[in-house]
Design a protein around this ligand. Structure first.
Ligand SMILES: [Zn+2]
Length: 119
């Protein structure tokens, strides 16, 4: 991550703090994140699969990381609703079972998870 990206991220974080403390913008439609993501070289990217905006950056070890943006840094409006949950299968009642293994990985027991243990 170069100095320019560090400055952009710092400005975004400051803007988030200012926006969240001074603006109730839940009713204001916002297209700022869309504009930021469209800028060439912007660390803000749109992930179509999750309908989320992320800040992407390079880590010191050369890896890439990202932070989900929950609120617009300019006006404080909520980011679009995430559809991340659609990436995961829903466990049906019939599939919600427990399996207890022995030390040698053979099955010791199997059963249905009691309702009080489900989330
Ligand atoms: Zn905005």
């Amino acid at each position: 991550m170069n100095n320019r990206h560090q400055c952009i991220i710092a400005l975004i974080m400051i803007s988030i703090c200012i926006s969240l403390s001074s603006v109730n913008s839940s009713e204001i439609p916002c297209t700022d994140l869309q504009k930021y993501a469209a800028e060439k070289g912007s660390p803000i990217v749109y992930d179509e699969e999750t309908n989320e905006y992320h800040i992407k950056y390079k880590q010191e070890n050369g890896g890439e990381a990202s932070i989900i943006i929950r609120y617009c840094p300019s006006c404080g409006a909520e980011a679009p609703k995430s559809i991340r949950e659609n990436l995961f299968c829903k466990v049906s009642e019939a599939e919600n079972v427990w399996v207890e293994l022995n030390n040698d990985n053979t099955i010791h027991g199997i059963g249905i998870v009691p309702k009080e243990k489900k989330q």
